[in-house]
Ligand binder design. Structure first.
Ligand code: PRP
Length: 225
């Protein structure tokens, strides 16, 4: 029996598919039907013994935890927020970004020392962990589902906890990074039972992906400075 791989829809999808193509486990023709624009959700490559499905980011760790997928490709943000017990086996080096606290510059001092700030975020667990465990500050967390940058502008919250990639969204809305929480990137995760029961198949997939990543890292480092 082959492996089932859960991929994250959206930004990470095309990059994950590209990596699998470079590793030779998805043929380029198959890629056309799987991209971000495609509507089909399940694909299989019987020769490689792999099937893939596309899920919403927060659902990928859930599918892997329950064993509905043996392997998942998900952002570290989603994995931290989900708090599932999975084996995180590879940093895939794409989807690189940061989890930060952002807001207006004028909030910087209150953020450093104050309590009772209101924090808007799509990541309530990461935000709570950061403020209560790491900074020992009492905050009120407001869960939002997107366009979180609106919250300080409209006056819903003092600061946000969110992902920054290019920084354009913050800059265009007059907000700044006030504190950095952690660096993020896409990771490969494996179900705990699959790691034991399908060890050789999982190891083979890790080996293929690792080979591509190492090769590209070497070429990148050897390139013109
Ligand atoms: C993410 C994130 C920021 C933005 C950061 O949102 O929540 O809003 O991207 O990217 P940047 O630093 O390159 O500007 P996403 O596009 O996923 O949409 P959402 O806010 O609706 O969740």
């Amino acid at each position: 029996m082959g492996l089932t791989v859960a991929l994250t829809k959206g930004r990470l999808a095309d990059k994950a598919i590209d990596l699998f193509v470079r590793a030779g486990v998805i043929c380029p023709a198959m890629k056309e039907t799987m991209g971000e624009a495609a509507r089909r959700l399940i694909f299989s490559n019987e020769d490689a013994g792999l099937s893939f499905f596309m899920a919403k980011a927060p659902d990928v760790p859930t599918y892997v935890d329950y064993g509905a997928a043996d392997v998942g490709i998900a952002g570290k943000d989603t994995l931290l927020e989900g708090g599932r017990h999975l084996y995180e086996v590879l940093d895939l080096k794409f989807g690189v970004c940061k989890m930060v606290v952002a807001g207006y510059e004028k909030t910087r001092d209150r953020l450093r020392y104050g309590n009772n700030l209101r924090v808007a975020t799509k990541y309530p667990h990461i935000a709570l962990d950061y403020f209560s465990r790491r900074k020992q500050q009492t905050v009120e967390i407001v869960k939002l589902n997107g366009s979180v940058e609106l919250a300080p502008i409209i006056g819903l919250a003092d600061v946000i906890v969110d992902i920054v990639e290019s920084g354009v969204t913050l800059a265009e809305n007059g907000l700044s990074v006030l504190e950095e929480i952690t660096s993020l990137s896409a990771r490969m995760v494996v179900n705990r039972a699959s790691m034991k029961m399908r060890r050789s198949h999982v190891a083979e997939l890790i080996k293929k992906l690792k080979h591509v990543l190492t090769l590209e890292d070497t070429l990148w480092n050897a390139g013109p400075k």
